[in-house]
Design a protein around this ligand. Structure first.
Ligand SMILES: *Cc1c(COP(=O)(O)O)cnc(C)c1O
Length: 649
């Protein structure tokens, strides 16, 4: 396989000055070149420092015999509570590597603040050795071995820093390096050397300060200056065995007294394991097309399955309610927070689901924890599907009942577990449509088994309401059932396009919950506009079932397109999982799809099991067939390329 060096540098002009935005580089195999180029381009275009107006991407072939392999410097973390402490630690470290005038050396860092590269400093004479004082020395042509093997996420600042420090530490006549980031939000810096490794110091400047720079510490006569610079700027280096922050015991030299340490540590571990979560800011209404990072994208990840969230009639009705009733509801439902809209919505929900009564909660999450914890207590048993939603799991925990988990949608296992765990009061609870797999619960059998053993039956219709059944009424309609489960829970935040959770069932159940369900009682009720939106949305779904049918047609059509393109897909719900397997590939595929204008989420551990990472496509009634066909082709092309690559590696 041919190897290439890939470099990106992005800047923009501000007040006539060229301002650096981002720079990154990789050494990578031919078949990953395309992916990484796009990843780096994305980084340049959508950087938090602004949009680049100059981007330089340079790709050069690397001669494999020239590559120098180095073991990564070992990492130590020093936790400090203030940047003054941090500076003291840094000075002590400099003295440890034999620098006697440490303060004077550190003072020189100020001269690097506006430099793009690093200063090359003779630590004994304090003479600057870099030929161009504005540009400095730039360490380049380096990467970690894993990048070549296509195993690494491209955005890993921790690893990039260690690669650079390792390369520099091995340069001729270099005895160490000091680095403080110029990122105003990043106060951690390091001092590195071949003997003492890479020492991260958690605070080296004040939060918000852009004062950062880098010095390569040189000792010896100047005959080797050019060798040193050539090595740092030109020699190809691959670094291996970078130690994980997680695997290494997190060495704290400074007080474990600092109460914030555990938070720093937890966040760092998440970042290291690619499990750190951030939020995407969408700059338009939630609809089939959205504006994200400055461009229009096809939204294929939203739970707004019927596009009700942006429906003009729904919005108009909500606005009208706001005009009449104001924005806030002013109290909890049992005090002053019930207006006629709350009662109307509950009556409508009962009709929609075919039950005696209904009750609205503020969210689906609150409904689940409120219902389950009110119904069950210490001596009861709850039988729960292993793939149930987190809000069901939390409700079970809150109830203090014994929780028995049965195999996913396996009614034989459910019955076995019930026989093994006899109880005088119990509950069987399941998602109706499973949120990450998109499959449908075997409800007729679940209700039959619950009835046989005298247990309550409960389903969560978050992803079935408005989606399955001829008229979108959910799972009972889908199975043409005459006997409902005892407790039908759902949410107004998905196909309904609004906000809130609900429960439908017998009148006495609803009366009981009004009196006993704490998440219902102790929270301010939803606002009038939200109530009105839910009412109008449900009315529209009831009056115009063609909206639901359009969604169902899209689901069939899209699954067909995927199958034609060689991707297994078979769903009757708006959730279409495309199983990828490993977390890294799933993330990379999702990133590529984003770059192509498809907003499709990758779902990984802990939301799904390790090694079961997937794309989770969510369809909407308002996607048109042409764009679905194109999307299926693009997805299939990328996914199939990954599959081929995996066989090849
Ligand atoms: C989304 C979801 C919920 C929570 O509903 P919210 O209204 O978002 O709080 C509950 N159960 C399932 C299965 C869900 O997917």
């Amino acid at each position: 396989m041919n190897l290439y060096s890939l470099k990106m540098r992005a800047s923009k002009s501000q007040d006539g000055i060229e301002k650096h935005i981002s720079g990154a580089e990789k050494i990578t195999g031919e078949d990953s070149l395309f992916i990484y180029s796009k990843a780096l381009l994305t980084r340049a275009l959508y950087h938090s420092k602004g949009k680049a107006d100059f981007i330089n991407i340079k790709i050069e072939k690397v001669n494999q015999e020239d590559i120098l392999f180095l073991d990564a410097l070992p990492v130590t973390t020093v936790n400090v509570s203030s940047y003054q402490d941090g500076i003291q630690k840094l000075l002590a470290m400099l003295e440890k590597i034999g620098i006697t005038n440490a303060s004077a050396v550190l003072e020189k860092l100020k001269d690097t603040y506006n430099m793009r590269g690093a200063m090359l400093l003779n630590v004994d004479t304090l003479e600057r050795l870099e030929p161009n004082k504005d540009r400095g020395i730039r360490a380049t042509y380096m990467d970690e071995v894993n990048s070549v093997m296509k195993k690494k996420d491209t955005k890993d600042h921790y690893n990039e820093a260690i690669v650079l420090a390792t390369k520099v530490a091995y340069a001729p006549n270099i005895i160490g390096e000091i680095c403080i980031s110029d990122d105003p939000d990043y106060v951690t810096g390091y001092v590195a050397s071949k003997e003492n490794g890479y020492m991260r110091i958690t605070k080296l400047k004040e939060m918000g300060s852009e004062d950062g720079g880098r010095i390569f510490l040189y000792r010896g006569d100047h005959s080797k200056v050019q060798d040193c610079i050539d090595y740092i700027e030109k020699r190809e280096v691959l670094v291996k065995n970078i130690s994980s922050i997680l695997n290494k015991p997190y060495k704290t030299e400074e007080s474990t007294k600092n109460k914030w340490n555990f938070i720093d540590k937890a966040l760092e571990n998440l970042k290291y394991n690619n499990l750190y979560r951030t939020m995407n800011e969408i700059k338009s209404a939630q609809s089939a097309h959205v504006t994200f990072q400055g461009k229009e994208m096809i939204m294929m990840a939203s739970n707004n399955y019927l596009d009700m969230s942006n429906d003009s009639q729904v919005k108009a009705y909500a606005l009208k309610a706001m005009g009449k009733y104001g924005v806030g509801s002013g109290g909890s439902r049992l005090t002053t927070g019930t207006i006629n809209l709350h009662n109307q919505l509950e009556e409508l929900l009962a009709v929609f689901k075919g039950t005696e009564a209904a009750l609205v909660y503020n969210t689906g999450y609150m409904a689940n924890i409120g219902i389950i914890s009110a119904l069950c207590s210490k001596d009861d048993v709850i039988f729960s599907d292993e793939l149930n939603h987190a809000s069901i799991i939390d409700g079970c925990c809150l109830s203090k009942a014994k929780i028995v988990v049965y195999r996913h949608n396996d009614m034989n296992d459910l019955e076995d577990k019930i026989k093994q765990n006899p109880c005088s009061k119990g509950l069987v609870v399941s998602d109706a449509v499973f949120s990450m797999d998109g499959d449908i619960v075997n409800l007729p059998q679940l209700v039959e088994i619950a009835d046989k053993y005298g247990l309550f039956s409960m389903i969560d219709e978050a992803h079935s309401t408005g989606v399955i059944g001829e008229n979108g009424r959910g799972t009972m309609e889908y199975f043409h059932m005459t006997r409902n489960p005892d407790i039908i829970m759902g949410t107004l935040s998905k196909a309904i396009g609004s906000e809130g959770g609900f429960v439908c069932g017998k009148q006495e159940l609803i009366e009981y919950l009004k009196n006993k369900s704490r998440s219902f009682i102790f929270s301010t009720s939803l606002s009038p506009a939200v109530m009105a939106a839910s009412i109008k949305s449900i009315e529209l779904i009831m009056d115009e079932p063609q909206r639901v049918q359009a969604l169902q047609e899209n689901i069939q059509y899209f699954c067909n397109c995927l199958r034609e393109a060689g991707i297994e897909a078979d769903s009757e719900t708006a959730i279409i999982p495309i199983i990828i397997g490993d977390e890294k590939s799933a993330m990379e595929i999702s990133r590529e799809l984003f770059e192509q204008g498809y907003y499709i989420s990758a779902i990984r551990y802990p939301t799904v099991k390790k090694g079961c990472a997937r794309l989770r496509v969510a369809l909407m009634s308002t996607h048109n067939k042409d764009e679905l066909k194109r999307a299926a082709r693009v997805i299939a092309a990328i996914v199939n390329r990954y599959k081929r690559m995996r066989e090849y590696v």
